[in-house]
Design a protein around this ligand. Sequence first.
Ligand SMILES: [Zn+2]
Length: 188
Amino acid sequence: MPEELLFPGDFIVNAEEFLPGMGTYVEEGKVYAAEVGTAKKDLDKREVSVESKSRTPTMQKRGLEVMGIVAKTSEKAAFVDLFPFESDKHRFAPIQASTVLRVNNIRSGFVKDLRDEFKIGDIVRVKILEAEPQNVVVSTEGPNLGVIKAFCVKCRTPLDKDGKDLVCPACGWKDHRHMAKDYREAQA
Ligand SMILES: [Zn+2]
């Protein structure tokens, strides 16, 4: 069977059969194409994706704000696992590329060690700066970007905002993050 060229909005498969991968979205239990391209089914992961004909898939557009969880940190950079996200009524699968937040993209001004501002497990809102297929670079420079939920390192309770810092309501542990202005008010 020749590969069928799909257009955004074309039905691919039911969501019970295959998980939505890159270049797709789900609506009412059905997976649709979000890109112009051809469907690729990964039978091991039971995932269907649309291999885009354009170089940069629409879902990893520059300037887009997305949410994720800090998966790994070092002095100079963090890796962020992005959540599936919504645009209008379409729910997109996560960007499947390594998403990097570098220490110089945290905020204006010098940050010596990224780990002073972010910890593994933090829920963050980030903005996409560069969107290459295998390399997505994000930033948290902006009032609505940064940590929107952080957890106590001692007891894992979500931390409460305490002025410019954070405090654990359970054990009193004080901590600090690069917070978004709507810390703990956003849905995460
Ligand atoms: Zn605590």
